[in-house]
Design a protein around this ligand. Sequence first.
Ligand code: FE
Ligand code: CA
Length: 518
Amino acid sequence: MSAFDRIWRARTDRRAFLLGGLALVGAGAFTRVQARPRWNASSPFSLGVASGDPMHDGVVLWTRLAPDPLNGGGMPPEPVEVRWEVADDEKMRQIVKRGRVTATAAWAHAVHVEVDGLKADRPYWYRFHAGEATSPIGRTRTLPKPGDEADRLRFAFASCQHYETGVFTAYRHLAAEDLDVVFHLGDYIYEGPGRDGQVRKHQGLEIMTLPDYRTRYAQYKLDPDLQQAHAAFPWIVTPDDHEVENNYAGDVSEQDDPREAFLARRAAAYQAYYEHMPLRRRSVPMGPAIQLYRRFTYGKLASFFVLDTRQFRSNQPCGDGLKAPCPGVSDPQATMLGAAQERWLFESLAKSKGQWNVLPQQVMVAKVDRGTGADERYSMDQWSGYDAGRTRLLEFFAARKPSNPVVLTGDIHSNWVNDLKVDFRSANAPAVATEFVGTSITSGGDGLDQAATMKDVLAENPFVKFQNSQRGYVSCTVTPKAWQADYQVVDYVTRPDAPKKTRASFRLTDGRPGAERL
Ligand code: FE
Ligand code: CA
């Protein structure tokens, strides 16, 4: 089947899905919710548990019933009752909250419980029951109250977990850390077809339809290290491109598919993303639209502004790839965030009381020139392809001086530490913010400490303080006075059990933009 046919099949399936959803609503009065479902040999909790989008008084608890995860889930079409419990202790002896929720076929029998009324800044444990089956126990944590002094925050950020190119050993190391929260910056799945000769193999062809996306999430979520990392901490997630399609921009697909067909595919992708992530009701998708940019407040210590740099993007002004900038990059209409998100970000930053103002997002902000000497070449899928929007952001930092801005980035399967400047080409221009780019969990395979070509890149771009292309994640310790970023790497992912190494550590000091190597 051609890619085009598959997209149109996706569109037809979407219609069938919508009709199915309506039919279910219509039949709701007559369809009994199964309160005592029977499971055969396999657990319905095969995909594990997760929690996310924490607040000071609550958190989202997630699971999905899927006794046969790689064959459509294996659930009957009827809604099924799921019971949930939250406890003060890891043995689940002191239950502090419990309730019931209905898992429906329209949402792949996923459940999202928004627990509230919890105490601030403390751990909780949770689990689910469906019929006789009980899920594994997950641990989560609430945030401190917005006005509270919070003296220390520990979090990690991760991205880019291509299933075929390696095993998720980095997540086992992440799960063993002592963290308050984890940020995922996108490429949670990859959309490509199964390929032979890799470490593992995607099931099926390139994913296009809602059932395809669901099966892909199920395949990733069967990984025990990923499940462990979800069960250990609450996660705050935002997708990048591969949750839909490589390097898409808004309603423009990589290969310029018909707009309507691409939006049908995007709707399927966003629905499956919501179904598999611990997101709040505000993020329930409406067709091809999903609300993902949002704020989190960690006491007075840190405010996080999670961005969505894919959904509202204008088309890449100079096309894709690594090239010399065309005049389009300076077009003020070219946008990475879209007008509404950009206004929200600037208004929120202007009002923020956070000591550290953190932007977890997807693609590199720093203007890294990949050409040698006078030759200038930039990655057009990153902020460098949207220079006018980047300049608005950096000038905002320079002029309005929000307290300690820090950008967290994924996407490029390598570690970087960058000073961000309004004028990157001037050696004397002051830094206005810092960018920590975290590498991939697996994408790119084993990787290299430093590729030979990187020597030139570092010489060309003196605002780059560190570069490394191994696999891993970044863990951060934040206090009112200082921020420490530890670049955690593994030497290989094509074989299991690589030990963790802290490859480099950087410090930011309150009131002084720019990173120092420790
Ligand atoms: Fe990636
Ligand atoms: Ca990407």
